[in-house]
Design a protein around this ligand. Structure first.
Ligand SMILES: Cc1cc2nc3c(=O)[nH]c(=O)nc-3n(C[C@H](O)[C@H](O)[C@H](O)COP(=O)(O)OP(=O)(O)OC[C@H]3O[C@@H](n4cnc5c(N)ncnc54)[C@H](O)[C@@H]3O)c2cc1C
Length: 405
């Protein structure tokens, strides 16, 4: 019987194990943690947004620079396939108001439990507390996490699905990079993605508004020429976070890399054009305080007014045109992204030049890679899990072709 080794028991590794075992391959999954899929289970605490319902043409660009590379893989295992797969494990899914897809239970535990039972039925062996430490020739080297015992194993084909480096205590810590580089595989540095940003708020602003959402804003990174990202952002004690902030992450990193600084422009009223805002602001009643004026004429709430004050050193101008321009682009100086261990995902990973169309490493024939350890990123919205599953299925099918000769 042909054997496959799958190193990393997250969604990318386990779906590959399922495809391989269903085709009759003897599969062993190795993971350094005492149980597999810890990140998937944690994602369940937020409702488990497993994929997105938007159509292909809207979805693929979410993968940015990797969109064309991931397209055939997402086509081969689509969001509809992923939803069917969930249903097959007893977890029907539904489309939330934002178009995001969730299991009805809003949890990952029932799905993972049913999945592990299925894998067991398919004869998949899961070896836990086994940390992959590198290669010995073509054999895989593991160290027992508890007993420290080192051993070498060989398989006919191997898949690595070791994840990125966010939330390292869940298992994926990027510790695989030196071994891959020693084997001549180029890796783009892992960086925090889908993470909050640091902003140097004044103490009074941070104290008053931490935890308060800036509702329905649009964010643009100054000088990057990228489209604005809309949604609700959240003021935190040390900066700003939330969907549109995460989605601006790549642009923020590019700006910080290029200039050492980044200005995030917040459009507080993205649905109202500049001239309409100026017109409305021009109707100030003599007795209106500045706050009343901003609230009555253009509907700004206290946190939005606080942000204007913060950006102007508490000197919001009186001129309607100047205030309108400010409302459309309040500058927030971003000093850094939050650290990678607080990030939902990581950017960077094995460069696409290092794998062929089958996701096989050019430097190590018979060895494939999938999931977040590849060099792609995407915003939150179910895109991360979708691509993890799609690349896992893609690699596993290619492994089957290779085994078939
Ligand atoms: C808090 C949080 C919430 C999230 N919510 C969502 C969401 O709602 N929707 C969404 O799409 N995405 C979400 N994500 C992201 C998503 O969980 C990941 O993108 C996805 O799990 C990546 O899958 P993977 O299989 O590539 O890697 P992982 O799930 O990270 O799995 C990698 C596995 O490899 C193992 N491993 C690592 N190194 C070694 C080694 N040296 N030896 C042996 N084993 C090793 C790890 O223990 C781990 O089990 C969330 C992430 C976080 C942190």
């Amino acid at each position: 019987m042909r054997t496959a080794g799958v190193v990393g028991g997250g969604p990318a590794g386990l779906i590959a194990a399922e495809v391989l075992a269903t085709a009759g391959v003897a599969v062993t999954v190795y993971d350094r943690m005492p149980s597999v899929s810890r990140k998937l289970l944690l994602a369940g605490h937020g409702g488990l947004n497993i994929t997105h319902s938007e159509d292909r043409d809207r979805m693929l660009p979410r993968y940015g620079r990797a969109a064309d590379l991931l397209a055939p893989m997402v086509d081969a295992f689509t969001p509809a396939d992923l939803r069917d797969w969930c249903a097959g494990l007893g977890e029907e899914t539904f489309v939330g108001s934002s178009g995001r897809v969730f299991p009805r239970s809003f949890r990952a535990t029932p799905l993972v439990r049913a999945w592990l039972t299925r894998l067991d039925g398919l004869g998949v062996t899961i070896e836990k507390r086994q940390r992959w430490t590198g290669w010995s020739g073509d054999a895989l080297r593991f160290a027992g996490v508890v007993d420290g015992v080192e051993r070498e194993v060989a398989h006919d084909v191997t898949l690595f699905a070791l994840g990125g480096a966010s939330w390292p205590r869940l298992g994926a810590d990027g510790g695989w990079i030196p071994a891959f580089e020693a084997r001549g595989v180029a890796v783009a540095p892992l960086r925090a993605a889908n993470v909050g940003m640091r902003a140097a708020w004044s103490a009074p602003f941070a104290e008053r508004f931490q935890g308060v959402p800036l509702k329905s804003v649009a964010l643009t990174v100054r000088g990057q020429g990228r489209p604005a990202v809309r949604g609700d952002a959240m003021v935190t004690r040390t900066g700003i976070e939330g969907g549109p902030v995460y989605a601006s992450g790549a642009a923020v990193r590019d700006a910080l890399d290029a200039d050492g600084r980044c200005v995030l422009e917040v459009d507080l009223r993205p649905d109202v054009p500049l001239d309409r805002l100026a017109q409305r602001l021009g109707r100030r009643r003599p007795k209106d305080s500045r706050s009343t004026w901003l609230q009555r004429s253009v509907g700004l709430d206290p946190v939005a007014i606080g942000l204007l004050r913060e950006a102007t050193g508490n000197a919001v101008p009186d001129d309607p045109a100047a205030v309108a321009a400010l409302v459309k682009a309040v500058p927030v100086e971003i000093t850094a992204t939050m650290p990678i261990d607080k990030a939902i995902s990581s950017a960077g990973g094995i460069r696409w030049s290092e794998v062929d169309d089958d996701l096989m490493l050019r430097a190590v024939p018979g060895t494939f890679v999938a999931g977040e350890m590849l060099d792609w990123e995407a915003p939150t919205g179910g895109y991360l899990l979708q691509a993890s599953y799609s690349t896992g299925v893609w690699a596993a099918r290619a492994m089957l072709r290779r085994l078939a000769g």
